[in-house]
Ligand binder design. Structure first.
Ligand code: SF4
Length: 172
């Protein structure tokens, strides 16, 4: 916790500063799987400009702490996606962007993974087909809230997957 004394000087702990920096400088790995990735690129481009929020896309999973699963996860690509997740250093987080990543979307077929949380843990589900850049920004801000709540030992209300992707059938 930060305290401002009578001289206007902020007193806090090194741990608090590190935690603040970590949650406000999320670096997603640059990977897109399908049409949702176009919206993800749009979010990073000049109109929405995630750089101003400290969100900078990196070219290597080893330099990233967020995996945004943007698009349809087919069974053929699932092992590669898992490998990328495994190569990211701890602590790391996952945002499932769109109906396909969250629940298979409009592809309830044998070739499509019916939810990326079957292979990697998901922290935030962003609904939509595709989600708008504003929706993805909302998801990133939710993730920041979740990181802060976890650090402070508070409860973070998870978003149920049925609310995240209500328009698609969810296979059990
Ligand atoms: S959720 Fe919609 S926009 Fe996103 S990858 Fe699936 S079909 Fe494409």
């Amino acid at each position: 916790m930060a305290i401002i004394n009578n001289n206007g000087i902020i007193l806090t702990t090194a741990e608090e500063v590190l935690s603040w920096g970590r949650r406000n400088s999320l670096w997603p790995v640059s990977i897109g799987l399908a049409c949702c990735a176009i919206e993800m690129m749009h979010t990073a481009a000049s109109r929405f400009d995630t750089d101003r929020l400290g969100i900078i896309f990196r070219g290597s999973p080893r330099q990233s702490d967020v995996l945004i699963v943007a698009g349809t996860v087919v069974n053929k690509v699932a092992p590669m996606l898992k490998l990328i997740y495994d190569q990211m250093p701890e602590p790391k987080w996952v945002i499932s962007m769109g109906g396909c990543a969250s629940a298979g979307g409009p592809f309830p077929t044998y070739s499509t993974l019916q939810g990326v949380d079957r292979i990697i843990p998901v922290d935030v589900y962003v609904p939509g087909c595709p989600p708008t850049p504003q929706a993805l920004l909302w998801g990133i801000l939710e993730l920041q809230k979740k990181i802060k709540a976890k650090k402070e030992g508070k409860e973070f209300k998870e978003i149920p997957i049925k609310q995240a992707a209500p328009s698609f059938p969810i296979k059990k």
